[in-house]
Design a protein around this ligand. Structure first.
Ligand code: ZN
Ligand code: ZN
Length: 358
């Protein structure tokens, strides 16, 4: 992603971060988290340290990434510095030389060794712990980001359809998962968003149990952005209890999506799904949250849980994925990605939600 729009958005993100630094009375932020560096600068290498001050954004990496860092950050107002060996101590030296007073660091993201290097390098200026500054910014997606997520969703949706079309009764869960991964790669994914889940309750190395429900949870990564979807399949004709369980889960999912709009609290959306399952008698079987944000990480803010009273906003991208899992019967889950729009939401995942028979 390096079009004019993406570059423009990156400049806006840096400007927004500088506002936040001002509000937190910080002169600078040391960004150590790779995903956050990618968000602000476009740089996707595995080794990077970023300093953002009121005027500068300095990205340090090593010679492996000399060409890539220049290409990916071009036009973004980021200065790249190539350091050899002892990259972090040298980078901390660059920070110290700037005479900044209040320097923030990402307390939830920085390892202990790096923290020690930072602290000793800054000597008398104690670095200031910050939490979630960039993660909170990342909740609201730009048009370019939404487009990237849309493409990632398309890849996993298409891979799911293709793979279901050629499934064989001899396949194990492991084989099914491998075929899904392979299909996503062939369709252009950089990788799987997480370890693809194919769960029927059977051991992973034996063939999938006939007459069971199979939960398939998968996602693709494209341009660093993730997709995440779940569909439930029935191996053979589903029993009445399987049908009832699936119906309740689907109704819960539809009720939650129906509720999604700007201004609603995340926990209210969670409550919609939960109350449908409770009314159907499956309340105790829904043991996780209704959803989560998706973007440069597969699980990010905001969490659609019963504990989150945060209000949803236009531009957020979240999953809606209630499920119910019963000992001896198996489980069902349905998961879509939705973008919050001005008046409600748009569902990006296009695969049918009818219980598919294999
Ligand atoms: Zn998922
Ligand atoms: Zn998910």
């Amino acid at each position: 992603m390096n079009g004019a729009a993406a570059i423009d958005e990156r400049r806006q993100k840096l400007a927004r971060l500088r506002e936040l630094l001002g509000e937190s009375d910080l002169d600078a932020l040391y960004v150590s988290e790779g995903v956050n560096i990618r968000y602000l600068t476009g740089f996707s290498g595995s080794l990077g340290h970023l300093l953002v001050t009121g005027e500068e954004a300095v990205l340090a990496t090593d010679p492996r990434y000399e060409i890539r860092s220049a290409e990916e950050t071009r036009g973004s107002g980021v200065e790249t510095v190539i350091l050899t060996r002892e990259v972090l101590p040298k980078f901390v030296g660059l920070i110290a030389a700037r005479g900044l007073r209040r320097i923030g660091f990402e307390a939830e993201r920085l390892g202990y060794g790096a923290w020690e290097t930072l602290q000793s390098g800054l000597s008398r200026r104690k670095p200031i712990a910050t939490a979630g500054l960039i993660e909170r910014m990342r909740q609201i997606k730009s048009p370019t980001e939404i487009e990237a997520i849309r493409r990632a969703v398309r890849v996993s949706s298409e891979a799911f359809e293709r793979t279901c079309g050629r499934i064989r009764p001899s396949w194990t869960e492991q084989r099914f998962a491998a075929e899904l991964d392979h299909a996503m790669r062939r369709l252009g994914a950089e990788g799987s968003a997480f370890d693809t889940i194919v769960a029927s309750g059977a051991p992973r190395r034996v063939r999938i149990e006939p007459r069971s429900l199979v939960v398939v949870d998968m996602g693709a990564i494209l341009d660093g952005y993730h997709s995440d979807m779940t569909r439930t399949l029935a191996m053979g004709r589903p029993s009445r209890s399987h049908q009832a369980l699936y119906r309740a889960v689907l109704d819960a999912q539809l009720a939650a999506i129906e509720a999604v709009k700007p201004g609603i609290q995340a926990r209210t959306v969670d409550g919609k799904a939960r109350s449908v399952l409770r009314r159907s008698g499956y309340g105790k079987l829904f043991v996780h949250s209704t959803g989560h944000g998706v973007g440069l990480e597969v699980h990010e803010l905001p969490y659609v849980s019963k504990h989150n009273d945060q209000r949803l906003e236009e531009g957020m991208v979240i999953t809606i994925e209630p499920g119910a899992y019963m000992e001896g019967l198996g489980g069902a889950r349905v998961e879509d990605i939705v973008v919050i729009t001005r008046n409600g939401c748009e569902t990006l995942t296009s695969n049918s939600k009818a219980l598919r028979l294999l």
